[in-house]
Write a protein that binds this ligand. Structure first.
Ligand code: ATP
Ligand code: MG
Length: 655
């Protein structure tokens, strides 16, 4: 089975500084271990107490966990609450004038909203949704640019028990069409256009096209927020302006008390490995995961300015933009646009201008910013930062080091957070005042998360060996099912081979001598070269450690003798090389990997591109690269691909 012969040779360890540890919510390794021990000795008691403490309940629960219909678990299932109430109303007594959102638009225009304002805006829009016929349990598609209104729309759905399904504004009409139908949406909320890097992105017209493709009779209304004032086609029966829909609506709205298990939202996964899955989350369990990770992993404090750069179209933008920071009564930054407009200093300027304390982004953004100006952060005052985070893909140790030294200036812990759309909140990540970090490792599970690495039958593996990542006990923030497809839910996440109860994450990982988790990539991404198991992640990290290389993706290609050969797709920091120059770099890089890992890991083939094929959330789509490496036609789903043109370039080999 998936034993991985080579493991990253990373040995750097960064213990929390004394100053950070002292002020941290979970301070020191003993405090972390005590929390873990508490969860292990009384699992239900542990979660029950946290749910009581951190969620404001309308009707308290008397039962914690129901496993009778496993893997269809229920948590706190006789309790009633409302997520929007927990994010807004409960802060009004002492934080009504506190800034909830700092929104910076694509053109740099800043708008601030207090908790009191946000509460009124959410209530008013919730009333407008009710007037449009949305009731508890109805599905609402949100296809919006990053904006205050996007958060208002999500919170307003939560307030009236509507189930939102946010579709990233960069997705095509076709992707939107599929999601509208799959969710059976009654209403679509969109904008005329969004702005990205100075260019308008048509949203309303994509909604028109999606509905025009047929089969969307479920959609009764489309509510349109006027963002740019650009031209739109109008269906007077169906379409309604946001600003008109709220006229005459009261700015208070009694929340609809929902059962803890009532769905809060459906969100389709990124589609990195296949057809997107409609992940369904609960209300209370999801909220609890968001709150605890804000507290434990982000060490959230009342005077923090928290900035998660994710779009609300991704799970990260749900848990750490729309819900988590607000549930904490925190101040957060939301930004519209791209990290490279008006220039590659945008992130750093934003941190400086708003005195951001906690910054959470993705390795893809970090790598592209290194490529565009590794010294740029030094031109800004980043002294407000106290904590950095990363999510979405494994972070290569060299990118981690740059993030630590150049952005965090050597004093900010980095929380590398492993989790998924399905898990709802961070699963494996350092508690920054307790767990020493190692570049490239997501370190240890959060208290109460029983993560492990097993073989393909669910059996134990030897220490230090690689295997498949599982979570052995149910946890509150996990998905409840796949929307409308309970069979796929069971087969995908709780396969019979693993006994039907262990959550299969779909990633492979190994643990080092300290028990730290190192994510190696997707299960399919492990290569078998002449009987040696190699993690693609490790070869990629070796390549990225070379000063010439900005990004790399490695896949396997069937080979008659070796079983599999290693094919690397590489983006250089400089120009894409051709001819002799390309041959020379290939030779250099092969030599480099041979030295870094061992001759067995030397790529048999290296191809160069200006970029790599990525999902719109910035993840490398290795399944497409596998097809390219084999010389196959690409027949799998490419609807979530960001940059289709790059595929042609990568078909060219270096001869
Ligand atoms: P799909 O399930 O449709 O293929 P996806 O898995 O890319 O899409 P997400 O739920 O957004 O969709 O991503 C979760 C995955 O991202 C994880 O399974 C893991 O492979 C990767 N990932 C997330 N965070 C980390 C991290 N900190 N380190 C390593 N990998 C990570
Ligand atoms: Mg996935």
């Amino acid at each position: 089975m998936a034993t991985i012969d080579t493991i990253l040779s990373e040995t750097r360890v960064f213990a929390p500084s004394e100053a950070f540890r002292k002020q941290a919510t979970v301070s020191g390794m003993d405090a972390y271990k005590a929390l873990c021990a508490k969860a292990e000795s009384d699992y239900e008691g542990f979660w029950g107490a946290l749910a009581k403490e951190h969620i404001s309940w309308h009707k308290p629960f008397s039962n914690v966990l129901d496993e009778t219909k496993a893997p269809f678990y229920r948590w706190f299932y006789d309790g009633e609450m409302n997520v929007s109430y927990n994010c807004l109303d409960r802060h009004l007594a002492d934080k009504s004038n506190k800034t909830a959102l700092i929104f910076e638009a694509d053109d740099g225009k800043v708008t601030k909203v207090t908790y009191q304002d946000l509460y009124h805006r959410v209530c008013q829009f919730a009333n407008a949704l009710k007037a449009q016929g949305v009731a508890k349990g109805d599905r609402v598609i949100i296809y919006m640019p990053m904006s205050i209104e996007a958060v208002v729309a999500m919170q307003a759905c939560a307030r009236i028990g509507g189930i939102h399904s946010v579709v990233f504004g960069g997705f095509s009409a076709k992707s939107l069409h599929e999601r509208i139908i799959d969710a059976g949406a009654k209403l679509v909320i969109t904008a005329d256009e969004g702005m990205r890097g100075g260019k308008a992105v048509a949203l309303k017209s994509a909604v028109d096209d999606a509905i025009g493709m047929g089969g969307c009779d479920c959609v009764e209304k489309v509510v349109v927020y006027k963002r740019t004032g650009g031209n739109v086609h109008w269906d007077a029966q169906r379409d309604q302006w946001w600003h008109e829909a709220i006229i005459g609506q009261a700015d208070t709205c009694e929340p609809v008390w929902v059962n803890a298990e009532d769905p809060l939202f459906i969100l389709y996964t990124s589609g990195s490995t296949g057809k997107p899955k409609g992940v369904q989350h609960s209300s209370a369990g999801f909220l609890l995961g968001a709150i605890l990770s804000m507290k434990w992993v982000f060490d959230h404090k009342a005077d923090d300015v928290y900035w998660c750069t994710a779009d609300v179209g991704w799970i990260t933008g749900h848990t750490y933009v729309a819900y988590g920071p607000l549930a904490m009564g925190g101040t957060e930054v939301i930004f519209e646009g791209v990290p490279t407009y008006p220039d590659a200093g945008r992130f750093w300027k934003l941190i400086q201008d708003h005195k951001v304390t906690t910054f959470y982004t993705a390795p893809t953004a970090i790598r592209s910013l290194i490529k565009l100006g590794s010294d740029l952060p030094k031109q800004y005052d980043l002294s407000s930062l106290r904590l950095l985070g990363t999510v979405g893909e494994p972070i290569n140790p060299e990118a981690w080091m740059w993030y630590y030294e150049t952005v965090g200036q050597g004093h900010c812990p980095i929380v590398d957070t492993w989790w998924q759309t399905e898990t709802g909140s961070n699963m494996i990540a350092p508690l920054p005042g307790a767990v020493p970090t190692k570049p490239g490792s997501c370190t240890l599970p959060l208290p109460g998360i029983i993560a492990d690495i097993v073989d393909e039958q669910g059996g134990p593996i030897e220490k230090g060996q690689g295997g498949i990542l599982v979570i052995k006990r149910p946890f509150p923030s996990q998905l409840r099912t796949l929307w409308g497809d309970p069979e796929r839910y069971k087969n995908t996440y709780f396969p019979a081979e693993l006994g039907g109860k262990m959550y299969l994450a779909g990633d492979s990982a190994h643990r080092d001598k300290d028990g730290y988790f190192w994510i190696m990539g997707r299960i399919d991404d492990v290569l078998n070269v002449s009987g040696h198991r190699l993690g693609t992640m490790e070869i990629e990290s070796a390549l990225v450690a070379n000063p010439l290389v900005a990004e790399a993706a490695v896949v396997g290609k069937p080979h008659d003798i070796k079983g599999e050969s290693v094919v690397a797709f590489v983006v250089l920091k400089g120009q894409r090389p051709t001819g002799d120059a390309a041959r020379e770099v290939v030779a250099q890089l092969r030599e480099w990997v041979g030295k870094e890992i061992g001759p067995i890991a030397k790529p048999d083939e290296i191809r160069f591109g200006d970029n790599l094929p990525k999902t719109r959330s910035g993840k490398i789509m290795r399944r497409l690269l596998r097809s390219i490496a084999k010389g196959e036609e690409i027949t799998s789903d490419t609807s979530t691909l960001e940059n289709p043109a790059i595929l042609e370039q990568l078909k060219e080999t270096v001869k």
